[in-house]
Design a protein around this ligand. Structure first.
Ligand code: ZN
Length: 441
C-alpha cells in the first residue's frame, strides 16, 4: 500500500466515524419501532417523539427563531458554549454547511441539550426552509449534515357544481385557492375562460396535496387529472410526461389532443373583461354615436404584467396619443396581436417573444378612463373578436406516445367517470352546505 492510498483510507475512516455513530443511533430506534409494532404494547406505550431523526424525549429541547441581527455564535454563547469552541464549530462545519452565512432572521432553530442538571447543548438544528434542516453535532467529534424532513403526497379528489365562482365552490370545501389557479391559468387557460363560467358548470379534480412530516400542510402540489363541464361541454385533462429526460409535462384530453392553443385566452392573469369587442358600441361622451370597440379590455391594476398571448416577433413597440405605449406582435402569416395603454414596454421591435413572456405592464397611457390593457387581434390584417375564433391548437402529443398515453389514462378516466358530483344541484347545495361545513370542521 503506498502512502497516498493510506492517507486516503485514513481520511475515509475519519469521515466514517460520525456516520457509524449515527448508524448506531438509528439501529437503536429501529429496535424500539419493532417492539412498538406489537398491538398490545402500542396501546400502553406512548409514541416516540421523533423529529430530525432524534428522539426528543431523550433531551431538553429548546426551540426559538433567529432574531433580527442575531448571529449563530451569539446563540451558542447564550447556550453555554464558549468562544474557542464556537470558532472551532464554525470552522469544522463550513464545508458541509456554512451556517453563519445562511443564518436568517425568522428561521427556526432547535437545540437539544443533555437531560441532566448541566443541560449542555449536544446538537444544534437549523431550518433554512420548511423542508430542509441542518444538524450540527457537538458531542464527540463536531460534524454537520444537511437533511430533509419526510415529504408525503396525498392524492385527493374534489368535485363541485358551480353556483357563483369556482374559488367559492372550492373554498366551501376547504380546498386551497391554488387549485383554482392551476385549473384556470395552467390546465384550462386555453380552453375555458374562467371569468365566464356558467351556473351549473361542474368539475371533478384528482390532485395531490403536499405535507411535511405528516403534519405540516404545504399546499396543492399538482393536478393529476380533471374533468370540467362548461356549458354542458365536457373537457377532460390528464397530466402526462411527454419527455422524461427533459421532464416535460403537459395536459391532454381523453382523445390525446392537447388542451393548449397557439394563443392564451388573455394577456393578463387575474383580470376581468371591462369591455368586449363590439362593433355597435355607443358611448355617452361621443353623444351616443356608434364608436366600434375593436379590442377586448382587460381591467387590471397598474403594473400587472402583460404577456404575449403567443410566440412571435415584435413588429412595433412605440407610442401614439390614442394607444399610449403599445406593442404589436406578428405571430405568423395569419395572426397579429396588439396591446395598448401600457405603463411601460418590456420589448423592442424585432425581438422574438415566447408565449407568456412579459412584454410590458398595465398602465393608463393614451385615451383610457382606467388602468387596463386593450387587446387587439388580427386575422389576415382584419381586426376580429378573439373569443369568436377557432384558434389553432398547439403541438399535439407525438404519435409514438399516443397508444401509451391512452393506456395510461384508462384507470384515471374510469375513476373520474365513476365519481358523482356533490352537491348534485343548486337547491341541494343550499341545503347541504351547512352539513358539509360541520362535517369538515
Ligand atoms: Zn379597448
Amino acid at each position: 500500500m503506498d502512502r497516498a492510498r493510506k492517507r486516503k483510507l485514513g481520511n475515509r475512516y475519519l469521515t466514517i466515524l460520525p456516520l457509524l455513530a449515527l448508524g448506531l443511533v438509528s439501529c437503536k430506534d429501529k429496535e424500539k419501532e419493532v417492539v412498538e409494532e406489537k398491538p398490545e404494547l402500542a396501546i400502553v406505550e406512548p409514541k416516540e417523539n421523533i423529529e430530525f431523526g432524534f428522539n426528543l424525549d431523550e433531551y431538553v429541547v429548546r426551540r426559538d427563531t433567529v432574531k433580527s441581527g442575531e448571529s449563530f455564535g451569539e446563540i451558542l454563547e447564550r447556550n453555554k458554549i464558549g468562544y474557542p469552541q464556537i470558532f472551532h464549530i464554525a470552522e469544522k462545519t463550513k464545508e458541509t454547511y456554512d451556517i453563519a452565512r445562511y443564518f436568517q432572521k425568522g428561521r427556526p432553530y432547535t437545540i437539544l441539550c443533555s437531560k441532566d442538571s448541566l443541560e449542555l447543548p449536544k446538537t444544534f438544528i437549523y431550518q433554512p426552509s420548511l423542508e430542509e434542516y441542518v444538524v450540527i453535532n457537538f458531542k464527540d467529534s463536531i460534524h454537520a449534515y444537511k437533511s430533509k424532513k419526510p415529504i408525503k403526497y396525498v392524492e385527493k379528489l374534489a368535485t363541485g357544481v358551480i353556483n357563483s365562482s369556482i374559488s367559492e365552490t372550492l373554498d366551501e370545501q376547504g380546498i386551497s385557492p391554488v387549485l383554482t389557479n392551476i385549473l384556470a391559468d395552467n390546465i384550462y387557460a386555453w380552453t375555458i375562460d374562467f371569468r365566464r363560467l356558467q351556473k351549473g358548470d361542474r368539475f371533478k379534480v384528482i390532485y395531490t396535496d403536499k405535507y411535511i412530516d405528516d403534519s405540516i400542510y404545504v399546499g396543492v402540489h399538482d393536478v393529476k387529472a380533471a374533468y370540467f363541464e362548461h356549458n354542458t361541454e365536457p373537457f377532460y385533462a390528464f397530466r402526462y410526461e411527454t419527455d422524461s429526460i427533459k421532464g416535460i409535462v403537459d395536459y391532454f384530453n381523453d382523445d390525446a389532443k392537447t388542451l393548449r392553443r397557439a394563443f392564451l385566452k388573455a394577456p393578463v392573469k387575474f383580470s376581468r373583461i371591462s369591455s368586449r369587442y363590439n362593433l355597435k358600441r355607443r358611448i355617452a361622451v361621443y353623444g351616443y354615436k356608434v364608436k366600434p370597440h375593436k379590442g377586448t379590455d382587460f381591467a387590471a391594476p397598474i403594473g400587472t404584467p402583460i404577456m404575449a398571448t403567443a410566440a412571435g416577433t415584435v413588429t412595433k413597440s412605440s407610442y401614439t396619443r390614442g394607444n399610449g405605449n403599445y406593442v404589436k406582435i406578428r405571430h405568423n402569416g395569419t395572426y397579429e396581436t396588439q396591446y395598448l395603454h401600457m405603463k411601460k414596454q418590456n420589448v423592442k421591435a424585432g425581438q422574438h417573444v415566447n408565449q407568456g413572456d412579459v412584454i410590458g405592464w398595465v398602465g393608463m397611457t393614451g385615451y383610457t378612463g382606467g388602468p387596463h390593457v386593450c387587446y387587439r387581434f388580427w386575422v389576415n390584417g382584419r381586426q376580429v373578436d378573439p373569443f369568436k375564433q377557432k384558434l389553432p391548437a398547439a403541438e399535439p402529443i407525438p404519435d409514438s406516445l399516443k397508444t401509451k398515453y391512452l393506456e395510461f389514462i384508462k384507470p384515471i378516466k374510469y375513476r373520474l367517470d365513476n365519481t358523482n358530483f356533490k352537491p348534485q344541484n343548486v337547491e341541494d347545495s343550499e341545503l347541504t352546505q351547512p352539513e358539509i361545513r360541520q362535517a369538515t370542521s
